[in-house]
Design a protein around this ligand. Sequence first.
Ligand code: NAG
Ligand code: NAG
Ligand code: NAG
Ligand code: NAG
Length: 386
Amino acid sequence: MEFVPSTIISLKALLSFSMLFATFATIFDFKNCEFPAIFNFGDSNSDTGGLAAAFTPPNFPNGETYFDMPAGRYCDGRLIIDFISKNLDLPYLSAYLNSLGTNFTHGANFATSSSTIIIPTSIIPNGEYSPFYLQVQYQQFLQFKARSQLIREKGGIFAKLMPQQEYFEKALYTFDIGQNDLGAGFFSMAVEEVNASVPDMITAFSTNVELVYNLGARSFWIHNTGPIGCLGYILVGFPKAEKDDAGCAKPYNEVVQYFNHKLKESVFQLRKDFPAAVFTYVDVYSLKYALFREPEKYGFELPFVACCGYGNQYNYSSSAVCGSTITINGTQKTVGSCDRPSVRVIWDGEHYTEAANKFVFDQISTGVFSDPPIPLKMACRRIADI
Ligand SMILES: *[C@@H]1O[C@H](CO)[C@@H](O)[C@H](O)[C@H]1NC(C)=O
Ligand SMILES: *[C@@H]1O[C@H](CO)[C@@H](O)[C@H](O)[C@H]1NC(C)=O
Ligand SMILES: *[C@@H]1O[C@H](CO)[C@@H](O)[C@H](O)[C@H]1NC(C)=O
Ligand SMILES: *[C@@H]1O[C@H](CO)[C@@H](O)[C@H](O)[C@H]1NC(C)=O
């Protein structure tokens, strides 16, 4: 089967392609889209406070780099979705589940950490995954769309915190989900079985995208899934896994590559089925992987070692996670962070630092890592329109 792992494609080749596109864009005067809102669906890669509001918020030092306090994100600072919001001149997204101080005038975030595409068997607080899996996130969006307009019609102080009706069609709809379906699978079944269940995950994914489309969404920005086999929690969980040249657990990343291949196929299919919409597939995998493979080239160091964690060569232990209190030789200690998170890739063994998120954002926003290669600000335009 012709399936090239995305990492093989050289960054240089992609760059020249994008410059070519940039030239086209100038010649044909491709205008920015002026998205008035963002509606996001996903997991901890884009959770701006959903799980924190529903259950327990992350502790300090989460948030130390940017917010100076924990901000509902499993990160020292901002996530890719925050950089997307900033780049589009929109405020950071409020989590739909947050009842306090939320402002939805320019969008809402339905993502929660530990979310999956498929309904999880192990659910927080007894189990490990978020009850707000993708279909629930869709149902919340469905409710949000209807009720926000009722509230606007009613007037008063809450009306001002809701998006305008026409924003729903003009908004950018972003998705970043799948990593936990694979992660949950790896801890409960054989790698081959997880791989075999990928098509079901993708079917469920595109079904939900279609439902969102049916509610009027027209611009979709879909991230693929990152190299889970490079994360401390997988490397520690499966110490015997075969490693690739970079030091990542190879079989686990191969399943991610298959997931991404099927995801890309499904995005192509959506594009065919719904020509009125624009679907952009965004390769975050290659960029995250590049940080593990050639960290120095991009100004990073110790890519496999968590900045905030405890224990072993990966500075990660599931029983001593970032911000928790542990007892070492009878003395209590809070699991804190490293001296320079700004040069580190991994924050806590499962999530990336703000610096890594910014690196990924800076690259994906140009369009170089997208299919079609359209910059973020033009993600409502079809290449065929030029
Ligand atoms: C809600 O956000 C909008 C856009 O950022 C802002 O103009 C408005 O003042 C905010 N409303 C409140 C009550 O903070
Ligand atoms: C996953 O399944 C696909 C399709 O059957 C296959 O081509 C691929 O080699 C499998 N990958 C792994 C890691 O098992
Ligand atoms: C805990 O105590 C043992 C025995 O005294 C010592 O070898 C070890 O280094 C101590 N661990 C830490 C983290 O201080
Ligand atoms: C590992 O985490 C600890 C906090 O428990 C931090 O102080 C240390 O700097 C981290 N190690 C590295 C190499 O970043």
